[in-house]
Design a binder for this molecule. Sequence first.
Ligand code: NAG
Ligand code: NAG
Ligand code: NAG
Ligand code: NAG
Ligand code: NAG
Length: 342
Amino acid sequence: MEYLLFKTTAFLLLGFCSCQNGLLLNGPLNGAVGGSVKFTLINPPSTQPDGIIWSFKGNREVTIVASFGESEDPTVDYVGRISLDKTTASLELRGLTLNDTGLYTVSITISGVESRGETSLTVFAKVSTPTIESSGGTLIAGNSSVTLTSGQGTIITRAWTKGGQPLSPSNRTTFSEENRTLSISPVESGDNGQYTCTVNNLVSSARETHTLEVNYGPHNVHISPLDVVTSGDRVSLECLADSVPTASLTWMFNGSETGSDSQLIIDKVDHSHAGKYTCTAWNSVTRLTASAEQMLHVTEDFSAHSSPLSGGAIAGIVIGSVAGAGVVAGVIAFGLKMAEVW
Ligand SMILES: *[C@@H]1O[C@H](CO)[C@@H](O)[C@H](O)[C@H]1NC(C)=O
Ligand SMILES: *[C@@H]1O[C@H](CO)[C@@H](O)[C@H](O)[C@H]1NC(C)=O
Ligand SMILES: *[C@@H]1O[C@H](CO)[C@@H](O)[C@H](O)[C@H]1NC(C)=O
Ligand SMILES: *[C@@H]1O[C@H](CO)[C@@H](O)[C@H](O)[C@H]1NC(C)=O
Ligand SMILES: *[C@@H]1O[C@H](CO)[C@@H](O)[C@H](O)[C@H]1NC(C)=O
């Protein structure tokens, strides 16, 4: 009984002592190929050690550096890649390769007492910029599907955004192969935009953006509202259509073609211009057309008092007056001309 107790005490004591002697290192550490890491002692020695040995165990087993007093002796592989701090025993390792993945052990000796510590390092290749490939060809809203696929690599996470906003799965948008592919079926006009795939591993991040162009329309064809105009006015009708690519427009007046610009301009409108204007929009990719109509009514303006008077209004009044009242009309016309000069 006493013997057992003694053994337990001795074991606890030994355990306790080995803990006291143990060195705590930072880590586990991650590094990037070409990058650097620093192994540091969380409980550095209180006095400068007499000897420091760092060793590595991974795809090979090797002493990295052995230092006694002022001497420092790095192994061939590590010449120029390390910096040893002889006071704290910390070690910086630069120019990391995948071969540096493994276990790192430090052993320090102070007045003949040796203590050890251990940590691990994993070196990752940096992710390469993902290339995005689109399966789509020409995309037509409501009819086509598209799959965007980003490249392979030592990747831990992949995520897609559109115009900076995260994309989440929906009944048209699905992700597969751990987000390597994004499929949209069918595409809609609102899917137009910039899609970015961001890939990450523990040590790096890269992204690529792809512009998706979905052809749609024409939708919402309309003519700027303007139904009653006064004889002599300058009239400008404008046709607008929501369409990708831009729709080609055709104007018809009472059923005959009269123009193909977005604006239809009549410098001096008269009764012969009254009637039905139709604007037809055609999308050469979706091969769809849509149109809008506008009735134009032209009225005479006899209220010569409205100001400012346009040249057209004056002409209208003069013609109307001459037909009615002879000489008096001439005077009125003269008066109006004077008003215009002033
Ligand atoms: C890694 O180690 C292997 C052999 O174990 C060697 O062939 C290769 O060249 C090393 N790579 C680097 C980057 O040191
Ligand atoms: C896939 O994307 C979703 C949402 O963007 C994200 O929550 C998830 O972690 C990603 N999965 C992988 C394996 O990258
Ligand atoms: C997809 O979801 C929308 C609402 O978000 C719903 O109106 C539509 O019917 C759904 N379509 C299918 C094919 O499930
Ligand atoms: C155009 O049609 C309207 C009726 O919609 C008619 O009153 C007008 O005289 C027509 N104009 C021409 C120039 O054909
Ligand atoms: C959509 O697809 C169907 C069948 O493939 C075709 O008949 C229709 O014209 C297409 N619509 C558009 C807008 O391309």
